[in-house]
Design a protein around this ligand. Structure first.
Ligand code: FES
Length: 72
């Protein structure tokens, strides 16, 4: 029996298909390891080091994380 297609949480979704990096790995690089740019995220996780298609998603996570820091 296969799990439902939506069984992955949002954080477990594959963010970078080229390098097989999940959203949670990128969030960890941003929140715990202090990655502040796409280049930093790529250096720490590998995400974004292939076709560059996920750069928008990485930027979006960086912006979201930055906005949450500003509001606290
Ligand atoms: S999907 Fe991330 S570099 Fe291609």
């Amino acid at each position: 029996m296969t799990p439902p297609a939506n069984s992955l949480t949002q954080a477990d979704r594959m963010l970078c298909r080229c390098l097989k990096v999940t959203e949670s790995q990128v969030e960890q690089a941003i929140t715990l390891d202090g990655a502040a740019s796409v280049r930093c995220v790529t250096k720490q996780t590998g995400a974004g080091g292939g076709c560059n298609a996920c750069h928008c998603a990485i930027k979006s996570l960086l912006a979201r994380r930055h906005a949450s820091h500003v509001s606290h």
